[in-house]
Design a protein around this ligand. Sequence first.
Ligand SMILES: Nc1ncnc2c1ncn2[C@@H]1O[C@H](COP(=O)(O)OP(=O)(O)O)[C@@H](O)[C@H]1O
Ligand SMILES: O=P(O)(O)O[C@H]1O[C@H](CO)[C@@H](O[C@H]2O[C@H](CO)[C@@H](O)[C@H](O)[C@H]2O)[C@H](O)[C@H]1O
Length: 466
Amino acid sequence: MTRLAPTELINELAGPLADWLPKQRWFAGKDREIRAVRPVRATELVGDADPGLVHAVLAVEQDGGGRTGAEDLYQVLVGRTQRLPEHLAGTEIGTVAGETCYSAVHDGDLGTTLLDLIAADRDVAGVRFRPEPDAQLYPGLRSRPAGVEQSNTSLIFGHRYILKLYRRLHPGPSRDLELHRALHRVGCQHIAAPLGSIDCELRGEPVVLGVLQEYLSNAVDGWAMANTSVRDLMAEGDLHADEVGGDFAAEAYRLGEAVAAVHEDLRRALGGEEGDRDRLDAAVDRMHRRLDRVLVAVPELAPYEPALRRAFDAVRSVPLPLRLQQIHGDLHLGQVMRTNTAWVLIDFEGEPAAEVAERSTLRSPLRDIAGMLRSIDYAAHQILVGDEVPHQLEVRAAEWTERNRRAFCDGYAAAGVDPREKATLLRALELDKAVYEVGYEHANRPEWLAVPLAAVARMTAGEECA
Ligand SMILES: Nc1ncnc2c1ncn2[C@@H]1O[C@H](COP(=O)(O)OP(=O)(O)O)[C@@H](O)[C@H]1O
Ligand SMILES: O=P(O)(O)O[C@H]1O[C@H](CO)[C@@H](O[C@H]2O[C@H](CO)[C@@H](O)[C@H](O)[C@H]2O)[C@H](O)[C@H]1O
């Protein structure tokens, strides 16, 4: 079988890729016209069989959004075949030189190739497939794509492994992999064990393309669990949060303990330092800048601006010392999973809004706590969005939130320092997160904008507003 060489294939496929990319959930530049798609590198992983498999890194040039000429890097896996099986029909990208090209992450047999290459510790033309030193891998398992595709694409292998393939690539070390490795080294019980990785060099720098992890096959994510509890409560409008079957407080307590343990493990593994007044001021300045940006996009936030700025400025005079260290950076209920035995934190990529280089700056652990407290508030209040809400249910939502936020802080305090002791900083961090959420919901889920806006209103109630 004579085939186009991989780079030639991707060059020929550039037009169809430009149509296909914006339809993918993980494609970050949906709002800007694509000017060009070029292969930065293309590697044949399966060449002598049908289907074949090509690994490619694309440079996608887009205009608009004030970033004219900006180029982003994306990872794609392209399957190529003479005859696309019916079950893969929806995955087609285009046809080139008589072969149908399709998104290979949907092909369970091609997924096996990735696992087998990691297990065999192979290099293929500069793409390095590595097992972690202590990993015992069983090759040969077929893959299936994880149901939820978000910023990246994850493949699940039986009940054993999950391989996260990063889509938008950022040359340089992967925070997600580095922190998982560091936590695993100190025996952290609240992460999924890292088992392998895929990387290559791009523009002279290493870039992590994928991370293989232990698959938590019996786990439920925290958002789903909290929602079940809230629904149970709402269905029983006359009962209090501690009287209904689905009470979440014991889980919120355990979650607090788990987050404290991960913070302690991060300190043991990677150290920390004491923040000074300058660092505190820089953090406050970042809060103000974020508020400036979000106010432009969402004028509904304007009435709360004076109270928000006061809450941020209050941080300038909080007593030192302030402990800084590596933290999760993007902690919310969707980033934690409950297995039969423990809460596990996933996805240590860091704060989505921050530049990649900035994400590894040492931060206050209170930032993670603020993220989780906001998430508990979200779980109770998003369920009421859009309906004429009976007062009774609003009271129930407030009770649920209060009960579970308290339980979470109690759990954290039992295993570490009580976050409520630093109330001024915690309040400012929560408000900063809520401002971020206002921007996020406005851009992504406008129907949920009311959730963080109402939270800002509640948290600043009683204060003089604009
Ligand atoms: N180790 C794991 N075991 C089981 N499911 C997982 C694991 N890691 C992630 N997931 C599932 O995959 C989803 C996406 O994972 P995540 O790392 O957050 O990827 P993304 O960067 O695309 O958001 C999670 O919400 C969770 O449902
Ligand atoms: O999933 P990511 O880590 O990329 O985070 C983004 O999406 C989150 C929504 O999935 C968003 O989280 C917000 O909504 C959650 C409920 O869906 C809630 O639990 C969080 O508290 C709230 O911040 C997150 O802000 C955004 O960065």
